[in-house]
Design a protein around this ligand. Sequence first.
Ligand code: ZN
Ligand code: ZN
Length: 341
Amino acid sequence: MPLLEFTNKGIYCDQAQVYIDPWHPVKKALITHGHSDHATSGHRQYIASALSVPIIKYRLGSHIQIQGYPYGETFSINGVKFSFHPAGHIVGSAQIRVEYKGEIWVASGDYKRSEDGLSTPFEVVKCHTFITESTFGLPAFTWKSQFEIINEINAWWQKNKEEGKISIIGAYALGKAQRIINNVDGSIGKIFTHGAIENTNEVLRRQGVAIAPTIKVDQYQAKDAYNGGLVIATPSAINSSWSRKFKSQSSANASGWMSLRGARRRRSVDRGFIMSDHADWQELLDTIKETGASTVYVTHGYTDIFSKYLREIGYDAHAVKTEYNGDEEVLSEDMLAETVE
Ligand SMILES: [Zn+2]
Ligand SMILES: [Zn+2]
């Protein structure tokens, strides 16, 4: 029996009787990070990286039974050694290393290689078998440096300010939002936040993560209080009644999907900034190579196309069906059809 198996509840280690990021309730769940497609509710016991414990509790309830381990610390369950290692995706995100009788597997969760100034930078972990995501596993996906993207956002914000417009940008509440808040040029104006984002900021600030100053959008504040400001909203709040209260505005969305034809139009935003918390095509390939793994399992996104390519270049690679559904960069069916056309 392989060390890890792919079951209808999630990735399973039979020897330790634990699941990794299970989507159906189990006794013992190891969680890679706080996004809702990975940290699901209903498990009897949770184990996660120490840094991600506050956000998982905030999202799933303070009643959950959860234990945190610092990055790199090994713990054993029935003879199997486990440890969490930085995945660079969001604060606290981890790859999970699993070792038993000399065999080593790593489950990556979601990851990216570029440093965002917030998440602990990705660490390469040597293994025999690597379970990789492939959210952006097509050659068309190549990211610019964070420096370039942030400059584009600053320039857009500055121009809107000069034209008397409020800048509203859609970003995922956990991860992308804080990445923008902490890296844009705060001398341009004030940064306002949607309630869901501000609540997340507060959880992170309480655990000691430095988040630049923000002001929660308050519907009773004078309308001109937002002039020259940058409003960070959840993607679904863009073009909703929530965002329509800002009279003269320019809207934008920050996502890896903004590199797709039609994505900006679908979101009905004025600008699309291509900023992702996932690895691009080249980063996926480099990472797999650096792990030294010969066997690769592919989850998330373009699993069939990406695993086929890996087989062509000599890996023992397999696509894995998962039921991850969540609040982050999940691709809708019609957008997927559009990319491969
Ligand atoms: Zn994620
Ligand atoms: Zn994910």
